[in-house]
Design a protein around this ligand. Structure first.
Ligand SMILES: Nc1nc2c(c(=O)[nH]1)N[C@H]1C(S)=C(S)[C@@H](COP(=O)(O)OP(=O)(O)OC[C@H]3O[C@@H](n4cnc5c(N)ncnc54)[C@H](O)[C@@H]3O)O[C@H]1N2
Ligand code: MOO
Length: 446
């Protein structure tokens, strides 16, 4: 009797799961016709085109995360939440561009004692006189130009400075010569960079030069990485037919390179209830899962999403590898923040393809970056790139002298090609011949 009740409870739980799954798959996932679910394996999923999937990931993210204020160092890798404006003229005053002498009027000049260092406050210069000064030093009032050190000669005992540049007349440099005029680079209040610009080391330098100590940037999306699959050892060589977890180590830094703040990375047991609870309890803005995306008995991700009340925005993409990738909107966090989930396949190259397709545009949008993919560029192919008959193919390639070439070891489960790749070529259905132009997405470097 007890066994019978247990069996009935199990069947009821399974039916609930089926109903939740129906609701999930019947939701607006961009399918014109949602095929009826008839078997455990579920309906055929309608794969959206690669470009469409990326656009949905970018748009599905909604508005960028709110602005926060960060010290310059800590702002690196974020996107500016507002335009960067200059707090001062640059240069803030007329400055010498070279080591030499500030000169007033045509030469020869009577040389004043001393030397104006960078950061010094020079006395005004009378007509017909000169004073030595360092590159970057403030030009004295009255000085019209700078005579470079290599062009001048000081007459011993005489205190006179001559122009030995050999220029016609040698009467000294023309007005403004080797002077960086005040405001040449920008005026105070001028916009230097628009909102959405990535804060790089050079941007931090410019911000400091322009007078900033802190920057308003978008908060980075908090990402939790859930690695699904009981079979995966986390250390040592692969054993007993079980592949070593390669995606935890690979994806955390890959996503961080694209603006994620990875707040956690953990394994979740192969159990729908536990996965559902992990999805419900996560405080991340974006959850990224690996594995268990395939339809069928092992496809626990769909079941857990259905039980969580998630809504699918993308449910498989016409891309190889990476076909079963998905994007879902999770119910908001307890404090009302929207949450999204990117489901990546367990096969490592497919997971990488999924990450660049869905996670990267999503993270960049949430992080407030103006450009959904700054690291993509069009390049010539040095040899033909094989394609899939119907789907976009993402192929590891290397740059050569005559263009990009495909790499060996690009098959299922293989990371060897990717490890030496400069990028992933976006190969349209049917492939491309040598000499064609294709888009290449950069693979993060060291
Ligand atoms: N009947 C069908 N079967 C499959 C189809 C299909 O259309 N019909 N699609 C295949 C494709 S395409 C892919 S890709 C995979 C996706 O499967 P899952 O996302 O459910 O992946 P898993 O079964 O969990 O794992 C697949 C494979 O990858 C290994 N794996 C998993 N996680 C990791 C990890 N973190 N590090 C390294 N390796 C990992 C795992 O051991 C499996 O061997 O579905 C196909 N099936
Ligand atoms: O399309 Mo799967 O994603 O072959 O690797």
């Amino acid at each position: 009797m007890y066994r019978m009740r247990q069996w009935i409870a199990a069947v009821e739980a399974e039916l609930d799961r089926e109903l939740a799954l129906e609701r999930l798959l019947g939701s607006d996932a961009g399918r014109s016709t949602a095929p009826k679910r008839t078997t455990h394996a579920g309906p055929a999923r309608h794969a959206v085109a690669w470009e469409e999937a990326r656009a949905r990931a970018h748009d599905g993210a909604g508005r960028p995360l709110p602005a926060v204020t960060r010290e310059l160092d800590a702002a690196l890798g974020h996107a500016l939440a507002g335009p960067l404006t200059a707090l001062t003229d640059l240069p803030p005053f007329d400055t010498s561009a070279r080591d030499g002498w500030a000169v007033a009027g045509p030469g020869p000049w009577r040389l004043r004692d001393g030397r104006v260092p960078a950061g010094g406050q020079p006395e005004p210069l009378d007509h017909g006189t000169a004073v030595a000064l360092a590159a970057g030093a403030r030009l004295p009032v009255g000085a019209g130009a700078v005579l470079r050190r290599e062009y001048g000669e000081v007459v011993a005992g005489d205190g006179m400075l001559l122009d030995r540049s050999g220029s016609p007349g040698a009467g000294g440099p023309g007005p403004g010569r080797d002077v960086r005029a005040r405001g040449q680079e920008c005026r105070a209040g001028e916009m230097l960079l628009p909102a959405g610009t990535a804060v790089t080391p050079a941007v931090v330098g410019l911000a400091a030069a322009a007078g900033h100590d802190r920057l308003a940037v978008h908060r980075r999306p908090r990402v939790e990485l859930l690695v699904l699959g009981d079979e995966l050892p986390e250390s040592g060589p692969t054993r007993d037919g079980r592949a070593r977890d390669a995606l935890g180590p690979l994806l955390a830094p890959w996503l961080a390179r694209h603006g994620a703040e990875v707040i956690g990375r953990r394994r979740v047991a192969d159990d729908v209830g536990r996965l559902r609870d992990a999805l419900r309890d996560s405080t991340a803005d974006v959850l990224v899962t690996t594995g268990r995306t395939a339809a069928g008995p092992a496809g626990r991700l769909h079941a857990a999403l259905a039980e969580s009340g998630a809504r699918l925005l993308v449910d498989s993409v016409a891309v190889r590898p990476g076909h079963p990738i998905l994007l879902a909107e999770l119910p908001p966090s307890p404090d009302g923040r929207p949450r999204l989930l990117v489901g990546l396949p367990g096969d490592p190259p497919a997971a990488v393809a999924g990450a660049v397709t869905l996670a990267v545009p999503l993270l960049r949008r949430l992080g407030g970056h103006a450009d959904p993919d700054p690291e993509s560029h069009r390049t010539t192919t040095a040899s033909a790139l094989p394609g899939h008959p119907h789907d976009t193919r993402l192929l590891p390639v290397r740059r050569g002298a005559h263009g990009i070439v495909p790499l060996p070891f690009d098959g299922p489960a293989m990371l060897r090609g990717l490890a030496v790749a400069d990028g992933l070529a976006v190969v349209p259905p049917g492939g491309v011949p040598a000499g064609a132009h294709v888009e290449v997405l950069d693979v993060p470097g060291p």
